[in-house]
Ligand binder design. Structure first.
Ligand code: URA
Length: 207
């Protein structure tokens, strides 16, 4: 079965998910959007109000900034894949809870395996902590590339944080997006990350 079909089937399964307490308050599940063969995959935190209503990640103000930063490195939103750690909106946009992340992370893991992007960009603390398993804030982790299964993880700020904090954070996001661009153009088919065929599990992702 092709990755596109598997992804579509997983999305259909997720649409009726009741694995955590967010199901009753959501308008709909926001599974993910974009190219199933994308080189770049973004992982955000959780749908907000607009995303819950429209069924697509990053369609609000934070999404507009994401689109702009992508345009600046010459990439169209349609050519990347965008998903969140949580597929359902936490009421009032509160932080995701551990039990919600645990219930939901299998979807993200399979999305990553099926899309198999060259670069995963984690947006903000929740996505970065889930994937990198480090108890260090995004401010210290960003600006660097981390190996992932012979590919790359590039952690950066959440665009909502940039909107709140202003130009300095946006400029740092710009630097991180430039890093993504460099990774893709420097050696598009040459895996640079980990030396060996480490699996997602061995690297401790989603542990
Ligand atoms: N913030 C996120 O983390 N994800 C979205 O989809 C929208 C806002």
């Amino acid at each position: 079965m092709s990755a596109a079909i598997e992804l579509q089937q997983l999305g259909q399964k997720a649409a009726s998910c009741t694995a955590c307490g967010l199901a009753p308050s959501r308008t709909q599940v926001v599974f993910g959007v974009g190219a199933f063969d994308a080189d770049i995959m973004f992982v955000g935190e959780a749908p907000g109000r607009n995303e819950d209503l429209q069924g697509e990640p990053f369609v609000g103000a934070a999404g507009k900034l994401l689109d702009r930063l992508l345009t600046e490195i010459g990439v169209d939103r349609e050519d990347v894949y965008i998903a969140n750690v949580l597929k359902c909106r936490p009421p009032g946009n509160r932080d995701p809870r551990t039990e919600e992340i645990d219930a939901c992370k299998g979807y993200l893991r399979t999305q990553m395996e099926l899309i198999d992007p060259k670069v995963v960009v984690t947006l903000g603390n929740f996505a970065t902590k889930l994937l990198l398993k480090r108890n260090v804030g995004i401010t210290r982790l960003r600006g660097q590339v981390y190996p992932w299964w012979r590919r790359h993880i590039v952690p950066t700020f959440h665009p909502a944080a940039a909107l709140r904090s202003g130009d300095r954070v946006t400029d740092q996001m710009r630097e991180d997006f430039a890093l993504v661009s460099q990774l893709l153009s420097a050696a598009p088919d040459v895996p640079v990350g980990a030396e060996s065929e480490e699996t997602v599990e061995q690297l401790g992702l989603f542990g």
